[in-house]
Design a protein around this ligand. Sequence first.
Ligand code: B12
Length: 241
Amino acid sequence: MDYTNEMKKTITAWGADLVGIADVEGLAGIRTNPVHLLDSFTRAISIAVQLPVSVFEMISDQPIPIYAAIYQTVNRLLDEIAFKTSRKLQSDGYLSLPIPASQVLDRENWYAAISHKAVARLAGLGWQGKNLLLITPEYGSRVRLVTVLTNAPLECDRPVKNLCGKCNNCQEACPVGAIKGISTEDHYKSRNEALHFQRCVEKLTGEFAKIPDIGAPICGICIKVCPFGLKIKKNKSNNNT
Ligand code: B12
């Protein structure tokens, strides 16, 4: 088996549901912290873990404590998979750096070290949907993401087509009307192109994060209503009948 497939198989065995490889050159111009984050690396491995389908069915107009706990657990799992991936690459003779799943480095403007969604899109895991999230054909937006940077000679994957079409479920469901309902062929030039960004931030940080047993800026409503996430649920129950 070639090295790319061996790595993908290993990462999947550690608990990933989707793995893709992006060429770092395609990320030129993206905002990173530190600024030279990408300099030693040629590839970015994007890793996704699916969230339990059922938890979104329990969310109506605000996040619930079970979702908050799962959010923490999946972040830990992603960080562990990324760390193990990085260790394996290093022991195979390559540079590597796991980027934390959910670390915010600039709380005034809401930026991390690098956007996992941008990496995942380039690595072919899904497209940047009207909800600004990564939507995967397999699980909709019901995935969380992590990134590992490396200089290993991995074969790159290709971006997939945006399939949002005329669907505006996320725009209609957003409790603060933050989603503008605009589609993009590749990615938005700024978050404000897709979102009334401040409305989303204020609802999540100012209200939802303060609910007892939530404690994090989470929501889940635009994830819940995306038909690509729902499609999986229907298929599975159909298969069981
Ligand atoms: C800060 C943050 C927030 C902030 C700000 C949200 C925001 N919209 O930026 C708050 C607290 C509000 C928030 C909310 C949510 N978040 Co959040 N958040 C993050 C975090 C930690 C950093 C995001 C960041 O730095 N963004 C920078 C901006 C500029 O990047 P961007 O949104 O991807 O958009 C730009 C780039 O992608 C760029 N781009 C894309 N490709 C390319 C290529 C090139 C070359 C260039 C130049 C640019 C470019 O185009 C876009 C516009 O400029 C990430 C984790 C991470 N490290 O990525 C999680 C993350 C984005 N959040 C996530 C989630 C799920 C949520 C929520 C649903 C909450 C929840 N868990 O219930 C909501 C959704 C809000 C929404 N609809 O956007 C997931 C998304 C998973 C997915 N399927 O897409 C992430 C990836 C966490 C994870 N580990 O999985 N979040």
